[in-house]
Design a binder for this molecule. Structure first.
Ligand SMILES: [Zn+2]
Ligand SMILES: [Zn+2]
Length: 193
């Protein structure tokens, strides 16, 4: 099992969003079984925040393998589906971040206005660490609401032949090709005026 530190290395920094993604993934793995080596687990994520990097590293549901499906809903909701059973877990994050102190509020305002003084940075940094710690230590039921469901499985990733764009000469996956003035072209060439 990957650690939170492994994920921080992949993502580039530690942040509360990443911690949430880590907790969501841990919960999913605990309930649906092991990390996806191939495509035995599918994740549907409803945002493209920091948390999704944690989901990819932890669960093995990745953009490149095609078993990470992105729905641009701006919601902290993550659905994991197991192949071939279709057993699924819908995890909706419902977390209340720790109350901000007056001082933190004031320093955050200064930070947002571009104040990078060490005094401001220290408070902002400590606040972030406190949030991360709170996510990592919270109980499951303080972090999310869970639904168990049966779902239809999305189709497995297909491999398509490549053809050459008649305008730029670069290769393009066949189902993405377009026809423009009788020529088979790629999407960028199709869109060019
Ligand atoms: Zn982040
Ligand atoms: Zn082209």
């Amino acid at each position: 099992m990957k650690s939170f530190q492994d994920i921080v290395e992949f993502h580039g920094h530690a942040c509360p969003g990443l911690a949430l993604g880590y907790r969501v993934s841990l919960f999913a793995l605990k309930n649906l079984g092991k990390r996806a080596e191939d495509e035995e687990l599918v994740a549907i994520v409803e945002n493209n925040s920091c948390a999704v990097d944690a989901v990819q590293v932890m669960t093995g549901c990745t953009f490149g393998k095609g078993n990470l499906i992105f729905k641009d809903y701006g919601k902290q909701v993550y659905t994991f589906i197991k192949r071939p059973s279709g057993d699924a877990l819908r995890v909706s994050v419902d977390w209340k971040s720790p109350e901000e102190t007056q001082k933190e509020k004031a320093m955050w305002k200064r930070y947002m206005k571009g104040d990078q003084s060490s005094k401001v940075l220290k408070v902002v940094h400590d606040r972030k660490s406190r949030k991360i710690k709170s996510v990592l230590e919270a109980k499951d039921k303080e972090l999310f609401k869970i639904d168990r469901l049966k779902m239809k499985l999305p189709e497995e990733a297909h491999i398509y032949p490549s053809i050459r764009c008649e305008t730029c000469g670069e290769k393009v996956m066949e189902p993405r090709a377009r026809v423009k003035e009788g020529k088979v072209v790629c999407i960028p060439c199709f869109n060019k005026k």
